[in-house]
Design a protein around this ligand. Structure first.
Ligand code: THU
Length: 140
C-alpha cells in the first residue's frame, strides 16, 4: 500500500468506528469507546471492531480494544498490524494499561501504528506499542 492508500484506509476505518460508537454499552461512565484492529487472514486484509462493554460490577467492564481483539480472534486473526481507538470525548483516548498488555499478545511489529482520535476526528494522535508499553512482558 502506498501512503495515499494508507490514508484512505485510516479515514475509512475511522468513519466505520464512528458508526459503531452508539453500540457502546456505557451506562455508568457515559464514555463511548470504539476500537478497530487490522489483520490479515489468508493474505486478505481485514478489520474487526469492538466497543466498551460496561457492567454494574464495574471491574468486569471490557474495554473496546479487547472487545475488538475478541471479534478478530473468532475471524481467524493471529496477528494485528494496526490498532485504532476513538471515543465520544473531547481529547483522544489512548489504550489503558491492561489493553496494552493484551495488544502485546497479538501485535508482533513493535512499530505498527496505534491511532487514537477524539469525538470528531479533529484530533489524531499516533503512537506505537513500543512507545506505549516499553519493556513489556513477553516470553519471546
Ligand atoms: N475504556 C476503553 O474502552 N478503552 C480504554 O483503553 C480506556 C477505557 C472504557 C472503559 C470504560 O467503559 C470507559 O472507557 C471509561 O473508563
Amino acid at each position: 500500500m502506498n501512503k495515499e492508500q494508507d490514508m484512505e484506509q485510516v479515514s475509512l476505518v475511522l468513519s466505520q468506528l464512528k458508526q459503531k460508537l452508539p453500540c457502546s454499552h456505557s451506562p455508568y461512565s457515559g464514555v463511548q469507546v470504539a476500537a478497530a484492529v487490522e489483520y490479515e487472514v489468508e493474505g486478505e486484509k481485514r478489520v474487526a471492531y469492538g466497543v466498551n462493554v460496561e457492567n454494574v460490577s464495574y471491574g468486569l467492564t471490557v474495554c473496546a480494544e479487547r472487545s475488538a481483539i475478541s471479534n478478530a480472534i473468532i475471524d481467524g486473526m493471529k496477528s494485528i498490524t494496526a490498532l485504532y481507538v476513538t471515543s465520544n470525548q473531547e481529547a483522544p483516548i489512548s489504550p489503558c494499561g491492561a489493553c496494552r498488555q493484551v495488544v502485546t499478545e497479538f501485535m508482533q511489529q513493535a512499530d505498527a501504528p496505534v491511532i487514537c482520535t477524539n469525538f470528531d476526528d479533529s484530533q489524531q494522535w499516533q503512537s506505537t506499542l513500543s512507545d506505549l508499553l516499553p519493556n513489556r512482558f513477553d516470553l519471546d
